[in-house]
Design a protein around this ligand. Structure first.
Ligand SMILES: [Zn+2]
Ligand SMILES: [Zn+2]
Length: 143
């Protein structure tokens, strides 16, 4: 385990570092969290492969997105929240997607463009990927 990843300033963190993925996976399994499985973050395999929450939604990710909604004064739509492995493979194939950890959500907001939404998400300290093709902002919480 390389703990320089965690000490590095957030802006230099890689969004999909394999080491970080496993580190956080272990950490999340070791520290029990109270479930905050809000229905709109449910895995969108729609019950084909899982019960909707193969992992719990990260509570801080949820808080940050709620903070973002307050800031925007509008609700955001959760296009993709938690994903099971099968659904993740179908959706984008990224093996170490943070959706598998309950630490990422793809969001959209009517009337607000990708760039503006992404910039707002960054102000609440989420890590973002602007997905212009999918017309969503991938938001991720790494801490
Ligand atoms: Zn699923
Ligand atoms: Zn995503």
């Amino acid at each position: 385990m390389d703990d320089t990843i965690l000490k590095a300033p957030r802006v230099h963190q890689k969004l999909n570092s394999d080491e970080l993925f496993y580190l956080l996976k272990e950490q999340d399994q070791a520290i029990p969290k109270k479930p905050v499985n809000r229905d709109d973050y449910r895995c969108d395999c729609r019950g084909r492969y899982c019960d909707g929450f193969p992992v719990s939604l990260n509570p801080t990710l949820l808080e940050k997105i709620e903070e973002l909604e307050k800031q925007l004064k509008k609700p955001v739509q959760i296009i993709s929240g938690v994903r099971c492995e099968q659904r993740n493979t179908e959706a984008d194939g990224s093996k170490h997607s943070f959706h598998l950890l309950g630490r990422a959500a793809d969001i959209r907001c009517e009337t607000i463009g990708i760039d503006e939404l992404a910039a707002a998400a960054e102000t609440v300290e989420l890590l973002v990927i602007r997905d212009y093709q999918g017309d969503v902002v991938h938001c991720q919480w790494n801490d």
